[in-house]
Design a protein around this ligand. Structure first.
Ligand code: TYD
Length: 224
């Protein structure tokens, strides 16, 4: 059985990451992999209920961070860990980097507290069972990087904006800087995708990055 692969997509609202999920899923399936497609906040009935609150209700950044990590805990325990143990590919639209970018950089919440919550939620018992020393992290994170001004143009009029999408461009500048800092701190895991290019070129970057990271063999012909 192949080892599980945990892959996440990140970026500011309007960066276009979600539009590549179908093709990514198809590529993995073509390689014979079982794909679990999921998202955050969400991915379980409880976490989806929390998502509704997080995206619609005003709340202070600590409450928001606790809810996001509560949703994540359920998602990790119920979906992500079991899927990886089976050897599946977990394809998640956002994960913890979004919390550091949105709640941390965007809303200015304490990154130390977020790191503590991250260890609680993603910590795995070590071989002795004593310390929760190892952390669950994505193997590969595709970071769709796009200037906030362009993202705002792409979002404009698309649909009724949620709590975050209706934030001003300055908020997304901070979020984008948060992603850049997170990527710089973990260059092994992150792949920067230049999301300002045309959709097909963005897809080419995604495919190339996945092949380069050993996610699957090169594919001949276009996937879409
Ligand atoms: P998004 O993933 O963009 O979904 P959709 O395409 O349906 O809008 O929406 C999730 C929103 O939640 C997005 O604005 C980012 C925000 N978010 C956080 O603030 N913190 C988090 O930890 C996560 C996972 C998401």
């Amino acid at each position: 059985m192949s080892e599980g692969l945990f892959l996440t997509l990140e970026g500011i609202d309007g960066a276009g990451k979600s539009s590549h999920l179908d093709a990514m899923e198809a590529l993995f399936r073509a390689q014979g992999r079982t794909v679990v497609r999921t998202r955050e906040p969400g991915g379980t009935p409880l976490a989806e209920t929390l998502r509704g609150l997080i995206l619609e209700q005003p709340m202070d950044p600590l409450t928001e961070s606790l809810l996001v990590f509560a949703a994540r805990r359920d998602h990790v325990a119920q979906v992500i860990e079991p899927a990886l143990a089976r050897g599946d590919v977990v394809l998640s639209d956002r994960f913890t980097d979004a919390t550091f970018a949105y709640q941390g950089a965007g809303r200015g919440f304490d990154a130390e507290v977020l790191s503590t919550l991250e260890r609680w939620v993603q910590g795995r018992a070590g071989p002795s069972g004593a310390a929760r020393q190892q952390m669950l992290q994505p193997h590969i994170t595709l970071w769709f990087d796009l200037a906030p001004e362009i993202a705002a143009q792409r979002l404009a009029g698309a649909r009724l904006p949620d709590k975050f999408e209706s934030q001003p461009v300055e908020f997304f500048r901070r979020v984008a800087a948060g992603y850049a800092a997170r990527a710089a701190a973990d260059a092994q895991r992150f792949v920067r995708i230049d999301a300002s290019q045309a959709r097909d070129q963005v897809w080419q970057q995604v495919e190339t990055a996945l092949v380069a990271r050993g996610a699957f063999a090169p594919v001949s012909g276009a996937a879409r």
